[in-house]
Design a protein. Sequence first.
Length: 421
Amino acid sequence: MTIQETLIENVAVWRGRGEHVETAMAIRIENGRIAAIAPTGTLSAGPQATVVDGAGATAIPGLCDIHVHLATNSDYGRIVDNATYRALVPGTEKLLHGVRNGLRALKAGVTTLRVMGHRESGDVELAAMIERGLIPGPRLLVAPWVISMTGGRGDLFYPAAWPRQYLDTADGIEECRKVVRLQRKLGAGFIKVTASAGVLSADDKVHWPNYTVEELKVIVSEAHDYDLKVAAHAHSTEGIKRALLAGVDTLEHGTNLDDECIAMMVEQGTWLVPTLAITDSLLRRGAASGARAEGLAKLEIARANQSRSILKAIAAGVKIAMGTDSSGNLCRFGEHARELELYVELGMTPAKALETATSAAAEALDLAGEIGTLDAGKCADIVLVNGNPLQDIYLLQREGGLRRVYRNGVDVTDPWPAVDL
Ligand SMILES: [Zn+2]
């Protein structure tokens, strides 16, 4: 078997943890994995190896965004209202939007996405096609669709008169049990449930909880039986508490955390996935993002509460993993590092912010043995940043800020050159 080998020389290395950057290092990649990291000049490579000069660059682990909606409108010249898009755009078109969004993420150094899937959008199938090498893309961990009660946040994203499919909504213990088993059969990589109302969904009040603790508990225990993690969407304090009482693994948004919620998260080791980027994106772009006026008004309040919650969570030592809620024209794929900028603007060091998208995210995904740090044996998901992102987090999004992106050792810097990404 031929060995696919790449040697990156003379590069600074940030391994994915801590404040320290090693200078003048070399990284040898073999068959998609990191074979060795050592001072430059001490590693040799075979005659077929691709040798890359890393002078002036810092190698960091490929980034993880653990809250995205992949198969969402990627055509910014044709802004579509969210509910209209979900109900009226055919699944085949949604799949192609998912492909393009994935390529945008990859180009921005995001090599792993946890996808809050939408039914009939091809998210699960796309994950498999990417793994088989049919098409380039980030590693995808997919929940086939959000588990929502009737009249809950996931349900209200669709027009009321739109026909529902079997277990699009699940109510009561038995349906909740069944929908987890069904999703597992369909290829779920994790389970997503809505434990509170939403900000953007129509006719929804943010303070409403969704589901009883008993319903949430059965979802969690069924998922855990399959070794699947549970992500709970929750804005309201009551919804957050119910999700925590049920033992969910990651809390998405966590907009209104009180002291009791924070104490429970610390005690239980629950991850917070803040998703500040979508709020920032919507408020920056306003109606041009495709969001409704009612949703934008609720967002102003949500932003203030979100900032307060995350600051309290950081101070208390809650574990944080990076998620943007990237979603078509609402929060664009490729702009993931905005989330990290927002953490830094709230007072985190750039290294701590980067940990949320690397070592911490990998731990939250149960993939710490494979990704999240630069160590021998790990997947060669590596981003070469022009300069040092620990000194300037804005480099990640700056024009020309990224020099090279590798996923499983393959150079995906320009993953689909003929397509306007
Ligand atoms: Zn979301």
